[in-house]
Design a protein around this ligand. Structure first.
Ligand code: C2O
Length: 493
């Protein structure tokens, strides 16, 4: 195994990714788009982050479990104090998973300003079934910066309108490929809100990985990918080609739809057909994700020992401002990160760490006991689709319906080897039923990955085995007990 030690200065620079408007983006070491990180399973990452912005920041590695290193999870005000301007923080953790992941700012809605990149973790044992990696990020894009967009959204109650779709952080792109190859194509939706529809003319996609989980190879025509989600697919190229092929990307939020045509280039001299018309998304056959089977059938988790029924709404609270809420309570970040609260409680013996109230009244804190089998029912009272992401874990997806609510009494037909992923789309006014085992002590955010909604309160915090979190490791020195927020220092106790 290797150690990858990196020095990242987080900086602002100008860019014009969609060719329509130049604006500030957030880069690393004065460059943007951000570096693709490719490592092997088992490797250690050490990243020295220096914040040279005028706003706080933090970096989350989406999908990485951070087993034994919850305080490296990068969630501002949950697992760490945000890194203040001109301050530093070092992320240091071991990656014991393989697959397709990504990293992004986890402070406010900041990753929408471009602070996001891809992390590919290879398993050397898998190398025989593909020749090369091919990485594609898809996202929505906005011409204003997220601070301004969030302000307007809070004032008006309307989510920002997208200006364009990006493909590898630019408007359109050619992908050069060779004949007779098997590519491990890794597709990540790094956007803020829009679902991405994706297909390649004349080529099928063989799904082998979902959010870092290997699945039985399944051939599909098209993918729909929610924000935060990833698919790993095998793309077999032709053994002879007389034309190049369009790669179709549709960036979609409700009725707002942008189609972009990128190209799979076998040979530049063959050019690009001028009269190609993409299929309508209604004519495509998309992946039926609940049918994807994780490899090496681990079976359905046992019956739950902890059932959690959640209902979420979008509604007006006091002063006319609309918030998202779980069981009537919107998530409002605490003044001291939840993880620091635990550290303080342990070192001072002052708090009862099994009492959700000590974690604040607006964090929707839920305490999980070691090895609990946790089952969550998420019922939606909102008309939009919401992609929900759990930090520190992935989960089995037992059932999902678009048109009704679920209660623990109902009996759905549950697969014995259900889909496992870390981000799941919950249909508007429908529900999803998920299950996981509490085997990773830590503080884990669970939230809608439509980042605008997370900012508006659609999140909660799991406090998993609080007494075990610091057993083997110590909290990094720079993170103890105190957070400085907007120039005010908050101290525990
Ligand atoms: Cu992709 Cu809470 O994060």
């Amino acid at each position: 195994t290797l150690t990858h030690e990196l020095k990242w200065d987080i900086t602002k620079l100008l860019a014009n990714p969609d060719g329509q408007q130049e604006r500030y983006v957030i880069g690393i070491n004065n460059k943007w788009p951000l570096p693709l990180l490719t490592i092997n399973k088992g490797d250690r990452m050490i990243i020295h982050v220096s914040n040279q912005l005028s706003d706080p920041t933090s970096i989350h590695f989406h999908g990485i479990f951070q087993n034994g290193s919850s305080f490296m999870d990068g969630a501002s005000m949950i697992s760490q104090c945000p890194i203040q301007p001109s301050k530093n923080f070092t992320y240091d953790f071991v990656v014991d998973q393989a697959g397709t992941f990504w990293y992004h700012s986890h402070s406010a809605a900041q990753y929408g300003d471009g602070l996001r990149g891809i992390l590919v973790v290879e398993d050397p044992d898998d190398k025989e079934f593909y020749d090369e990696n091919l990485v594609i990020s898809l996202s929505d894009w906005y011409h204003k910066d997220t601070t301004e967009l969030v302000e307007t959204m809070i004032e008006t109650g309307h989510e920002p309108t997208i200006q364009s779709g990006l493909f590898n952080e630019q408007s359109v792109m050619d992908i050069n490929i060779k004949l007779d190859m098997t590519y491990y194509l890794r597709i990540v939706n790094v956007g803020m809100s829009a679902t991405q529809y994706f297909y390649i003319e004349g080529h099928s996609l063989i799904i082998i990985e979902v959010d870092g989980v290997r699945v039985e190879p399944t051939e599909v025509e098209a993918l729909d990918i929610g924000t935060g989600q990833r698919y790993g697919v095998l793309l077999k190229t032709k053994s002879s080609a007389i034309e190049n092929f369009p790669i179709v990307q549709v960036t979609n939020i409700m009725m707002n739809r942008k189609t972009s045509i990128n190209w799979l280039i076998y040979d530049e001299s063959m050019g690009k057909s001028k009269d190609f018309k993409p299929k309508s998304i209604h004519d495509l056959v998309f992946v039926d994700e609940l049918k994807l089977k994780p490899l090496g059938d681990n079976g359905l988790l046992e019956l739950p020992t902890h059932q959690i029924l959640l209902e979420y709404d979008f509604e007006e609270f006091e002063n006319g401002i609309k918030y998202y809420s779980f069981n009537q309570t919107p998530f409002i970040p605490p003044k001291v990160p939840t993880l620091n609260t635990i550290n303080y409680g342990l070192t001072s013996n002052k708090s009862d760490l099994s009492n959700p109230r000590i974690y604040g009244t607006n964090t929707n804190a839920i305490i999980l006991k070691t090895d609990d089998i946790v089952e969550i029912i998420l019922n939606s009272n909102d008309h939009m689709n919401h992609p929900f992401h759990l930090h520190g874990h992935n989960f089995q997806v037992l059932s999902r319906e678009a048109k009704e609510h679920y209660s623990f009494e109902k009996d759905y037909d549950i697969s014995s080897n259900p889909l496992i992923r870390d981000t799941i789309m919950v249909p508007g006014r429908g529900f999803v039923q998920i299950r996981f085992k509490a085997n990773n002590p830590g503080v884990w955010f669970f939230h809608c990955h439509t980042e605008w909604h997370a900012v508006q309160g659609l999140g909660l915090v799991f406090i998993e085995s609080p007494l075990e979190i610091f057993k083997e490791t110590e909290l990094p020195v720079q993170n103890i007990e105190v957070c400085e927020v907007d120039g005010i220092t908050y101290t525990m106790g």
